[in-house]
Ligand binder design. Structure first.
Ligand SMILES: *Cc1c(COP(=O)(O)O)cnc(C)c1O
Length: 399
């Protein structure tokens, strides 16, 4: 019996990738070893975050970096940093932002469920622009002048959700932010790979960038990175770290926190409930090293082989397999387009049966409306491929 079975919970075959709902990415052997080693010793967490800042800065080109409890927490902390700066009174008040400059401008088309994390700090989102292509009412999407026109006396910053096809382009939003001397907070949680984005978004001029640690980086599930200007990363660190110390004894790492700017030690901040453990920090940094060095590229041909095996095994099934384009250095994907008429059941029902059977299989469900199952091989091993093929063939055979 395994640890999950002891609890009456059965491990699944996860072929939907690093999704949070199913447990994130698999921790690498090196990450796991680092996690175990780090767990048995104690270190001051601010010193450890100082070391993390040095490593993140070296790998991203940012001035400073902080390991957070996920990209969503990085967004809350980034917003809190912009709202409070180094003002101890403001740190204490958040998320109460009454009377402060608290508005973040965002393209209306970029609104999404994760911007709750920014609002959680006390920010108020001001939407700008239209996506007329989606509305079927025109040919243009949000333009930089629309963000600029939304800037007013209450504006605290600009929030941008990074995407290869994002509008306005990042460079134009950086330009608006610079001209109005406003900080730009970028959600780049899912923008790795390509590996270049680790540096490119900071290099393009973003002031604060949030990355997920439990997705492509393959760190512990509940980790993320906030990197960017020291001024704000330092404020974020102050609002996350445990502050139960004496000001005169406290020696924070200079690369992260400039003590001379503070009149005293803040109380626990808004991010105290988003704490990250020493072993999570260490394992994330090891994973980040591997990700940045391209170590995971070795897995790509193995994943490709798994998907080809699955494709071949479904030759007789009423399906057609497709290979969608993925980002450079991205994990290959296989889409299984179901002929619902020949099969005699809908894709949603196939999905339900795959989940309910044994072992339970969770496929990517982003294209169910097109009757497609998406197979993401990140969690696959040779053993699991064999089990997966058996389950897929069973649920994809007409009866
Ligand atoms: C996954 C994701 C997040 C949240 O990341 P966590 O590390 O799970 O907190 C935020 N924004 C976007 C766009 C994401 O894809």
């Amino acid at each position: 019996m395994g640890v999950y079975e002891d609890l009456g919970v059965s491990p699944i075959i996860n072929v939907s990738g690093s999704v949070t709902r199913l447990g994130g990415a698999p921790l690498t052997a090196r990450g796991l070893a680092a996690f175990c080693e780090a767990a048995v010793d104690c270190v001051p967490l601010d010193q450890l975050q100082g070391a993390a800042s040095r490593k993140i800065a070296a790998l991203t080109g940012a001035e400073a970096g902080l390991v957070t409890s996920g990209a969503a927490a990085a967004l809350t902390l980034g917003a809190a940093a912009i709202l409070a700066g180094h003002d101890l009174g403001r740190m204490e008040r958040l998320p109460d932002t009454a009377g402060m400059r608290r508005e973040f401008i965002i393209a209306r088309e970029q609104r999404n469920g994760y911007d709750h994390a920014v609002r959680a700090a006390g920010a108020v989102l001001i939407e700008a622009g239209f996506h007329e292509l989606v509305a079927g009412a025109g040919v243009r999407r949000c333009e930089a002048w629309e963000l600029e026109a939304a800037i007013g006396p209450g504006t605290a910053g600009i929030l941008y959700v990074h995407d290869l096809h994002g509008r306005p382009p990042l460079a134009e939003v950086v330009d608006v932010a610079r001209r109005h001397n406003l900080p730009l907070l970028v959600d780049a949680a899912g923008e790795l790979p390509p590996r270049e984005n680790l540096r490119a978004i900071v290099a393009a001029g973003a002031d604060l960038v949030a990355f997920s640690g439990g997705k492509a980086i393959r760190g512990p599930q509940a980790t993320g990175i906030l990197c960017g200007r020291r001024e704000w990363v330092g404020s974020a660190a102050l609002q996350m770290l445990d502050m139960d110390d004496h000001f005169e004894l406290w020696e924070p790492p200079l690369e992260l926190i400039d003590k001379t700017r503070l009149r005293g030690l803040p109380r626990h901040g808004i991010g105290r409930s988003m704490k990250v453990s020493k072993e999570q920090i260490v394992a994330l940094l090891v994973a980040l090293d591997d990700f940045a060095a391209g170590v995971y590229d070795r897995d790509l041909p193995v994943f490709d082989g798994y998907l080809r095996e699955i494709e071949a095994a479904l030759r007789e099934s009423p399906v057609e397999c497709h290979w969608p384009a993925v980002a450079a250095g991205g994990v290959p994907l296989l889409e299984i387009a179901i002929d619902e008429r020949r099969l005699g059941r809908h894709a949603v029902e196939v999905c339900r049966r795959l989940r309910r059977g044994h072992p339970s299989v969770h496929v990517g469900h982003g294209k169910l409306q097109e009757a497609r199952l998406v197979i993401h091989p990140l969690h696959l091993t040779a053993d699991r491929v064999a089990q997966l093929i058996e389950r897929l063939r069973a649920e994809l055979s007409p009866n």
